[in-house]
Design a protein around this ligand. Structure first.
Ligand code: CP
Ligand code: NVA
Length: 312
């Protein structure tokens, strides 16, 4: 796991299948207490331009449990809100912090931070991707199904940041993925091709407009909001367009009998998922949310060089 020390984590395309497996193994070991990691005297900055419950709190608690500290750089209180350039802010923050997790709109802002900072920059969600979420999702699949390679995940809804990062994560992990979206809401073709190239012969990356075909025999059903942060004005008009993609009991019945249901949260009950499904026996969303913390602990320990000896 020394391969990740000092690296940025901007997209899952930045890491290898072996790196991903290493992170998931370390996350499971940290969760069970089989290994300890130490990030004492390290400080993680959080720079969030969008709301967050899980990402903000799980990163904060993970860092504290690793012996380090967290500084919440509230955007409206720092000079970026008054136009200080990213290239200046990134270099200045590099002199104080050991890592910086950023939640913002454009992936290009994250890339600019990474270009000018010489500390690890972590993607805590952009409009294009959400790689930290996928670490927790794959850890949850591994725990619930006992394997990743060869399983099939059906993603239903918007071809958004979640769809993009899931495709890349599944490609690395050998999980077949079928992304079903309305025709005008398909994922970015560039990311689809990138995921297919990453997957090679390991697994299949498919995109469709047919929710039933996507779900047929799947082991994992995954959904996300129909209007992401920043798209609230379109939420109402999207409801009828996305209705056939709702994860409800009828759709779930088409999946494999023991299929699990995942959602990155926050969820809009009655829209992308029904109350019966999210609160039902196949839902693993609370375990999935808890795993954000375990997965990010592994990520922080790996980027900051806090993994103790003896861990592969
Ligand atoms: N899933 C997720 O990233 O949740 P938050 O927006 O609450 O961080
Ligand atoms: N697609 C959602 C994910 C939230 C975790 C959004 O960007 O708002």
């Amino acid at each position: 796991m020394t391969a990740l020390v000092g690296q940025d984590f901007l997209t899952l395309a930045d890491i290898s299948p072996e790196d991903l497996q290493g992170l998931l193994t370390l996350a499971a070991q940290l969760k069970s207490g089989a290994v300890q990691a130490d990030c004492s005297r390290k400080v993680l900055g959080l720079l969030f331009r969008k709301a967050s419950t899980r990402t903000r709190v799980s990163f904060s608690v993970a860092m504290v449990q690793l012996g380090g500290q967290v500084l919440d750089l509230q955007v409206n209180l720092i000079q970026v809100s008054r136009g200080e350039p990213i290239c200046d802010t990134a270099r200045v923050l590099s002199g104080y912090l050991d890592a910086l997790a950023i939640r913002t709109y454009d992936q290009s802002e994250l890339e600019e931070f990474a270009q000018y900072a010489d500390i690890p920059i972590i993607n805590a969600l952009t409009d294009q991707s959400h790689p930290c979420q996928i670490l927790a999702d794959l850890l949850t699949v591994q725990e619930c199904l006992g394997q990743l390679a060869g399983t099939t995940l059906a993603y239903l809804g918007d071809g958004n940041n979640m769809a993009h990062s899931l495709m890349l994560g599944c490609a690395l992990a050998g999980v077949n993925i079928r992304v079903a979206t309305p025709a005008d809401y398909a994922p970015d073709v560039t990311v689809v091709k990138q995921a297919q190239a990453l997957a090679g012969d390991r697994c299949q990356i498919q995109v469709t407009t047919d929710p039933k075909a996507a779900v047929a025999g799947a082991n994992i059903l995954y959904t996300d909001v129909w209007a992401s942060m920043g798209q609230e004005d379109f939420a109402e008009s999207r409801i009828p367009i996305f209705q056939p993609y709702q994860v409800n009991s009828d759709l779930l019945a088409l999946a494999e009998k023991e299929a699990i249901v995942l959602h990155c949260l926050p969820a809009h009950r009655g829209e992308e998922i029904t109350e019966a499904v999210i609160e039902g026996p196949q839902s693993q969303v609370w375990q999935q949310a808890e795993n954000r913390m375990h997965a990010q602990k592994a990520l922080l320990a790996s980027l900051l060089g806090g993994v103790t000896a003896g861990v592969k």
